[in-house]
Write a protein that binds this ligand. Structure first.
Ligand code: ATP
Ligand code: MG
Length: 245
């Protein structure tokens, strides 16, 4: 069972305020080695803020983010990245003025071990996400899904143990979605532990062994995907009215 393996990422009491708004309120959950956990919740419930707190983009007001044995809460992004936590952004971020290869190298530059890696490994990372032979292609020429692939390749350049995806599958058409799901599953099969913010139900059902659900900054459910998606509190949070259940 996945749940009996060691926790690789443990979040406890995580809290972040913006003025009077508690965007993330005493959140706690665990990601075990080699599993995909869905982080769900309606718009504005605090999912991206939680990802920002874990990845060091934002500093928490309280709480612990334990990676392996190390509490990384409040650490700067580059240190967290070096320790093996990589992420993608809700609004895809690639460097348009650069080639695909240089975009990946920008990721490698964070990784001291990888700094000396060759073009071969850049090509390998690009091929890994479906961008074989794209090393010298300008990133500005890429389609939307290929931009998403490139951002993922840059994240993988860190050789992460934990990957944080913020709606990586959003905006893909149905056939691209199947490709994207297969790609994420293949990363898990290679042993990566993944926390994915996602709204696409088909993807959640097919990829996530467990889901954590947020509403107004708080955790309202945590458990096996099937159970969580049938939870009346979760349905109510999404639909805003219990009679839709
Ligand atoms: N930098 C900020 N300053 C002030 N308020 C913020 C900031 N970032 C987020 N918020 C607020 O915190 C709450 C949670 O936002 P967050 O982006 O984490 O939600 P989300 O669950 O990712 O939503 P979505 O599904 O729309 O992406 C929202 O009310 C948002 O307006
Ligand atoms: Mg968000």
């Amino acid at each position: 069972m996945m749940s009996s393996s060691a926790p690789i990422l443990k979040v406890e009491g995580l809290t972040r305020r913006f003025g009077g708004l508690v965007a993330v309120n005493d959140m706690g959950f665990t990601v075990h080695a080699g599993e995909i956990v869905g982080l769900l919740g309606p718009n504005g419930s605090g999912k991206t803020t939680a990802i920002n707190l874990i990845s060091g983009v934002l500093q928490p007001d309280a709480g612990r983010v334990v990676l392996g044995d190390t509490d990384i809460a409040g650490w700067p992004t580059f240190k967290i990245a070096r320790l093996g936590v990589a992420r993608t952004f809700q609004l895809v971020r690639v460097l348009d003025g650069m080639t695909c290869g240089d975009n990946v190298r920008a990721g490698l530059a964070f990784n001291q071990r990888a700094r000396i890696e060759s073009d071969v490994s850049v090509d390998g990372l690009l091929a890994r996400v479906g961008l074989a032979d794209h090393n010298s292609r300008p990133a500005s020429e890429l389609t939307y899904i290929d931009r998403k692939r490139l951002e993922l390749a840059r994240a993988l350049a860190l050789r992460p143990s934990v990957l944080l995806l913020d709606e990586w599958l959003a905006g893909l058409n149905p056939s691209e979605l199947q490709i994207g799901i297969a790609l994420i599953r293949s990363l898990k099969d290679e042993g990566l532990s993944i926390l994915m913010v996602e709204h696409v139900m088909a993807a959640i059902r097919s990829l996530c062994s467990r889901c954590v659900v947020m509403s107004s900054g708080r955790r309202i459910a945590d458990g096996p995907t099937d159970t969580v998606l049938r939870d009346p509190a979760v349905i109510e949070a999404y639909l805003g009215a219990p009679e839709h259940a």
